[in-house]
Design a protein around this ligand. Structure first.
Ligand code: ADP
Ligand code: MG
Length: 240
């Protein structure tokens, strides 16, 4: 039985001649690790930004938890977001960055301190609270960004190529870590990547995008075994 937390219906978005969303519809189930995969320019970031409320669609609707959110501003959507270039604050230490994510939850100082520790432990950074951001590796900075985004318990965590700036080894570690965090929090993850292998190894379901529309949406196994179009088959060639 499906239990969609997110329903996109007929989303359309144009920038000049670019059409990053062309009658785009999809459902994401509650608790899923859902990936949007596609080549550069296929519209992944724009669709994610529309889910976040950072762009509004020209047409179509966005329903989150049964509520029409199409024109609701980002701060009222109760979503978390992590980008490729960790938007953490360099002038705040690790703990302060995570605590920033709690600023609207109305928690007391003591509760916030406990919650920050919990979140740091969730992302494998226990004891890092007092460190400066500049002392952290890229992977560790991304963990801080994830902890901060999860701090207010968002109903959905949106991740736009969060690992693509990291080197191969750290990227693999972070892939495992993200799966772990997903399982431990039970939060719905909507993950964007252009990396086929990453999509196949991490996701419950994958939507393969091309030019503002998705060409297949299935489990990794199904997509890999039964690519529905030549585009999908070609896109996965060389993966094993
Ligand atoms: P992806 O994340 O898959 O690489 P994007 O959503 O970033 O794709 O971009 C899809 C298309 O929309 C591209 O042609 C891009 O140049 C265009 N685009 C995205 N955002 C803007 C914008 N703010 N202004 C103009 N064109 C944009
Ligand atoms: Mg992008």
């Amino acid at each position: 039985m499906s239990d969609p937390i997110l329903e996109l219906r007929g989303l359309h978005k144009r920038f000049g001649t670019a059409v990053p969303a062309d009658d785009f519809s999809m459902d994401v189930d509650r608790g899923e690790f859902f990936t949007m995969l596609g080549p550069s320019g296929s519209g992944k970031s724009t669709i994610l930004r529309m889910i976040a409320g950072l762009e509004y669609p020209d047409r179509g609707s966005i329903v989150i938890n049964g509520r029409d959110m199409t024109r609701v501003p980002p701060w009222d959507r109760h979503l978390g977001m992590v980008f490729q270039n960790y938007a953490i604050f360099p002038h705040l230490n690790v703990g302060e960055n995570v605590a920033y994510g709690l600023r609207k939850t109305g928690s007391s100082k003591a509760d916030a301190r406990i919650r920050v520790e919990e979140l740091l432990s969730l992302v494998g950074l226990e004891g890092f609270g007092k460190r400066n951001i500049a002392q952290l590796s890229g992977g560790e900075q991304q963990r801080v960004a994830i902890a901060r985004a999860l701090a207010p318990n968002p109903s959905i965590l949106l991740l736009d190529e969060p690992l693509s700036a990291l080197d191969e080894k750290i990227r693999r570690e972070m892939q495992d870590e993200l799966r772990n965090i997903h399982q431990r929090t039970g939060t719905t993850f909507i993950y964007v990547t252009h990396d086929q292998e990453e999509a196949l190894t991490m996701s419950d379901r994958v939507a393969v995008l091309n030019a503002g529309a998705y060409v297949q949406c299935d489990t990794p196994k199904e997509i890999f075994r039964y690519p529905r179009t030549p585009f999908v088959a070609h896109f996965f060639r060389g993966c094993n």
